[in-house]
Structure formats: C-alpha cells, structure tokens
Design a protein around this ligand. Structure first.
Ligand SMILES: *Cc1c(COP(=O)(O)O)cnc(C)c1O
Length: 401
C-alpha cells in the first residue's frame, strides 16, 4: 500500500522546485514563486484523475472529512452514519463539528450494511459516510438509493481505497463528496495531506474558504480579502503538495503493481478449505492495497493470524483486536473522554455504545484477516509469501480443531 516505498527522482524534482523559490505557502507571493503552484496543480490533477469538477487539498485525511462535512453545512446535533470498522478519524471529524456519530454494523464487505443503515436513519440524520476500508468498497449503489429516498448526503471516505472504482467511477466520486488521505502510509503519500472531491460548486467554494480561515480568495492581496463566514486553518503546504504531485502521476502504476502482487497471493489461498474471501460489491474494483479473507470462526482466525506472522508473513492484521480501527477498543468515544467540555448536542445525542449490539460486526471482524500488499516486493518474494500463506492456511484450521 504505501507510496513511500517508491520515492524517487520525480518527488525530489517537485520538492526542489518549491525549495528553489522558497515559497512554501500555497497562496500569495505570486512574484517569488517562479510560476510554481503545486497545490493548485495537484488539485487539477486529482480532479482529472477522479473525473470530478473540483478538488480541495487540505492538511490531512481527517481534515478532509471535517472540511467536507462543514462545506455541506453539517453542524451541531446533525447525525452522521458511519461504520463500526474504520479509522478513528471518522468519528473525530464528526465530533469536531459538533455532529453526532451514529455507528452502524458492517457486513461481509467489511463496510456499512445498507439494511442496518436504513434502520438507523432518524429525523436528525444528514449524512451517510461509508468507509472503503482496506482497498475495497461499500455497496455504493444501495447506499446512494437510500440517500436519495431519505434526502441524505453520501460522503465517501476513500482514504484507504484511492484508485479503486465502483460502476466505472473512481471511488470518492460516486457520492456527493469524497475524501482522500495522503498520510505517510497511504497508497499515494505526501507526508501529511488530504483532499475533498465533489461536483458541487458550492461545496467546493465553501471548502476552499473554510480550510483557509474563511478567506474568499478574491483578488491578489490576502490582507484585503473578506471572510464571508468562520473558517479554520486546514491548509496544505507547497512542499507536501509537491510530493503529492509526483505521487498522483504514479497512482495507476502503483495500483498495477498492487494488483499483480494481490493476484498472486489470492490465487494461492482462495481455494484452501475453510478460507472465504471478503465480499466485493457487484460493480466494484478494488485498489488491491490489502488482501482480506475470513476464517471459519474467531478462534481459528486468531490462531491463523499468529501463525502467519510467526511464519514470516508480516503486515498481517487482525483488525478485531486493533486499538484504532474497531469499536471494541474505542472506550474514549463510548465515554466521550475529551480534554474540554463537548457540545451538549454531542453529549446528549451520542447513543450508549457500551450497550449497543454490534454482534453482526463482531461476527465478520472476528473471522477476518488482512494482509498488506507492498509495492517493493520482488516477484520471488511474492511467490515465497504466497507459498508460506498457503501452507499456514492449510495446516492451521486442523490445529485448532
Ligand atoms: C488514514 C485514514 C484517515 C485519516 O487520514 P489522515 O491523513 O491520517 O488524517 C481517515 N479515514 C481512513 C479510513 C483512513 O485510513
């Protein structure tokens, strides 16, 4: 998955352009920047690759989610539906704007279960936020039709699935808004950074202003600009954007490599007895950053994951026990432990997640194992890995019995 594995001359050249001019900020200083507008150029490149009208770069994937919600006017007390299996950034961005994270079970896609989403919709629901975890996607068709029926926004968190697609559309572009992260371990990286994409001009304008203190970006004197509404600083720097510009040009090359490596591993294990593959919704194409599969039960999955690691299969995750990616370990959310007082809307609106029944999510996460697909493996290394995985998977289920 991580684009940092293949840093090279392109990244260096882009960064040097910025260092030579010395203008590290994306706005202003027109005379000094030798014509370099890396953030602006990267926004154009992202919009083109993702087949959308607009892209707004920001400082992280988490800020992309926050800015996306804010740009659509989501605020205090609004409910945002999100999955139980995701990164903590999902509820962080929701709580940051005073909205309420409503957690909903995942199914065998390991993303939002559309049936459970419909059950969770209330008068306060404003957004459905599927998270395309580990390179594969939610059933966007089903979710989009629910959003249409109940007049809700569809906001895709495509931070872990950039380059994948659904019904021929790049992930992130199917909903009203889509978000990407370019943090250090994502498929393409710029150190720290993120982007919001949309075809909605108003959301783009709002995101543009909101992420830069409300600046309206009219004219070429920053100090004289006006501030139509309250904003914040979620800007990306030119240095980060420069790295991103080199990386986005390599996205399709990275996806091809991931696909090749993923396919070798998948072919080796998918017919092993007791192993079933994660479901990819009809119409979906993964970005191949992870290979994820289910074992027959939780005990077997636990043992298998340990055996895989012991046999040299690194980058092998058992998400069910992970501190950052599954609700089981999110006591800070369940107890709303914050440094200062949270808005009443959040305190009163948050369901009691200590009592909630997420047995459906437990069932799927408890059985699932993910292996990270690297870009830098040689073909020999991938084949060896495939062999090791197959051997472990063929032997472990019997050990457990
Ligand atoms: C990485 C990630 C984010 C947040 O991105 P940052 O750039 O690290 O803030 C959000 N959602 C998901 C699913 C992620 O994997």
């Amino acid at each position: 998955m991580p684009g940092f594995e293949l840093f090279g001359d392109q990244e260096r050249k882009q960064v040097n352009d910025v260092l030579e001019s010395g203008v590290l900020m994306r706005y202003g200083f027109d005379g000094n920047r030798n014509g370099h507008w890396k953030a602006l150029e990267l926004e154009k490149a992202i919009a083109k690759r993702m087949q959308v009208e607009h892209a707004q770069l920001v400082s992280s994937g988490t800020s992309a989610l926050t800015v996306a919600l804010a740009s659509a006017g989501i605020g205090a007390g609004d409910e945002v539906i999100m999955p139980t299996f995701t990164f903590v950034a999902s509820f962080e961005s929701i709580v940051a704007i005073g909205a309420v994270p409503v957690l909903v079970d995942v199914d065998d896609t390991l993303t939002l279960d559309p049936k459970k989403v419909e059950e969770a919709i209330t008068e306060k629901t404003k957004v459905v936020m599927p998270v395309h975890m580990c390179g594969s996607m939610a059933d966007l068709k089903a979710l989009a039709s629910l959003c249409k029926k109940y007049n809700l926004l569809l906001l895709e968190d495509a931070c872990q699935a950039i380059g994948g697609s659904f019904e021929g559309k790049p992930l992130g572009s199917y909903g009203d808004l889509g978000c990407f992260s370019f943090d250090y371990v994502k498929t393409i990286t710029c150190g720290e950074g993120g982007a919001v994409i949309t075809n909605n001009e108003r959301y783009k304008t709002n995101a543009d202003h909101y992420s830069d203190h409300g600046h309206d970006h009219v004219g070429n004197d920053r100090g004289a600009e006006t501030h139509p509404f309250l904003g914040y600083n979620f800007r990306i720097s030119e240095l980060n954007a420069a790295v991103g510009l080199a990386q986005i040009a390599r996205l399709d090359e990275f996806i091809e490599i991931q696909k090749k490596n993923y396919t070798i591993l998948r072919n080796a294990i998918e017919n092993v007895e007791g192993v079933t593959m994660r479901k990819v919704p009809e119409g979906g194409v993964e970005n191949y950053s992870f290979l994820t599969f289910f074992m027959p039960d939780e005990a077997t999955a636990r043992t298998t994951q340990k055996e895989l690691v012991a046999n040299g299969v690194d980058g092998c995750f058992y998400w069910f026990d992970n501190n950052w990616h599954y609700i089981k370990k999110w006591d800070h959310l369940k107890d709303l432990k914050s440094l200062g007082k949270l808005p009443e809307e959040v305190k009163n609106g948050l369901p009691d997640y200590h009592k909630a029944d997420f047995s459906q999510s437990d069932k799927w996460l408890g059985r699932s194992i993910s292996v990270l697909i690297k870009l830098s493996w040689t073909e020999e290394e991938v084949k060896q890995r495939a062999e090791r995985m197959k051997n472990v998977l063929e032997s472990v289920p019997e050990t457990v019995k």
